[in-house]
Design a protein around this ligand. Structure first.
Ligand SMILES: [Zn+2]
Ligand SMILES: [Zn+2]
Length: 359
């Protein structure tokens, strides 16, 4: 019996050696496996929570990557939708890549379709302040935005049913002292030509712009504005780029557009969520559950708090505070009847946090 096993091993080794091409041995296991990260944020109020980034650059303006690469990054980082927003007026590589403002979209579209990433046709109107930089989103043709007067460029976008996003309103290069809502912004807003404002851009946070959005019924937006390789700029393993959560009726471009014009958005970055109270409270309610363990310690009730989302929540009632980390359970020692807490990393205004009750 032993002999038979021995002989069969020799035969199989010989056969496998024969099957190998000794001029070229393929080692497919050495290739990195592409993995899509899952972002866990619950759907709310009957809508799907879509993770979107509406601002990024490629070699077709002053970014360093080819358009298809933006799709690959978005897929790996768990996003649903992106807009490539190359500058209309700033194309340092124009000599090499030509001047068609639709090029980055058209090059990236087949890859986006293959990977099921929703790609939105867009461009960045890049002007002095005021009005500064504005993204036209959901365009049919980006080229008409290439026109001398800024108001004509904005009109070229709105004539196509485009969504106008005021980018980085507090960018120091254009607003060195403070973040200002200027006369021209008021004029544009009155004419229905400002639909969203970035409260997070790249690594910046403009709390005052959140107040503008909530006071004036403007969509709250967070975007990367990435020019570099995203994973070289952000720690995408442990964290994430700035993004906009869009509460859409379904996972489609049309539904995202409808939701953005209806201002059903929240901006997310640095463990901060910024937006309307109804959305933030609902994200909290769907993410965190509290359960009375029925036990006590030194007269304090022991409550089990469970967070199923990727957002940690930082709670405080003035004299007692705790954090419920992402995707975790903790035991909270509840003092007496103190069950009302502010969630400090949820922003419903520049200096406003919503209050939740632990039941
Ligand atoms: Zn810009
Ligand atoms: Zn930009």
């Amino acid at each position: 019996m032993k002999k038979i096993v021995f002989i069969s091993i020799i035969i199989s080794l010989t056969l496998s050696n024969l099957a190998q091409d000794l001029n070229n041995v393929q080692l497919p296991h050495m290739r990195k496996q592409l993995v899509r990260k899952a972002i866990n944020i619950p759907d709310i109020l009957g809508y799907k929570t879509l993770k979107c980034d509406f601002h990024m650059h490629t070699v077709f303006s002053d970014g360093i990557v080819w358009p298809t690469f933006r799709v690959d990054e978005a897929w790996e980082e768990g996003l649903d939708a992106i807009a490539i927003t190359d500058h209309i007026e700033n194309q340092p590589s124009k000599k090499y890549v030509g001047g068609d403002h639709n090029a980055s979209y058209e090059i990236a579209l087949p890859r986006a379709n293959e990977k099921d990433i929703i790609l939105i046709r867009a461009g960045e109107i890049t002007r002095e302040m005021p009005p500064g930089h504005l993204n036209g989103l959901f365009l049919k043709d980006v080229n008409p935005l290439d026109t001398p007067h800024v108001k004509d460029a904005i009109k070229a976008a709105t004539d196509q049913g485009g969504f106008i996003l005021w980018n980085h309103p507090g960018w120091k290069a254009q607003q060195p002292d403070t973040c200002l809502w200027m006369e021209m912004h008021q004029e544009l807003f009155d004419a229905g030509m400002i639909h969203g404002i970035e409260v997070f851009n790249e690594k910046e946070w403009y709390p005052i712009a959140l107040d503008w959005c909530l006071d004036k019924e403007i969509a709250v937006i967070g975007n990367s504005d990435i020019h570099d390789v995203n994973a070289h700029y952000y720690d995408v393993e442990n964290g994430h780029r700035p993004m906009t959560l869009v509460f859409a009726t379904d996972r489609s471009e049309q539904a995202i557009k409808e939701a953005m014009f209806a201002k059903r958005t929240v901006a997310w970055f640095d463990d901060k969520l910024a937006g309307k109270e109804e959305f933030l409270k609902e994200i909290f309610r769907k993410s965190v559950s509290f359960k009375d363990t029925g036990k006590e310690r030194k007269g304090k009730k022991l409550i089990l708090a469970k967070n199923i989302s990727d957002i940690p929540f930082i709670l405080s009632n003035g004299d007692q505070g705790f954090t419920i980390p992402k995707q975790s359970e903790i035991i909270v020692h509840l003092k007496g009847k103190h069950s009302s807490y502010m969630v400090l990393n949820l922003y419903t205004g520049s200096d406003k946090n919503p209050t939740i009750n632990i039941k």
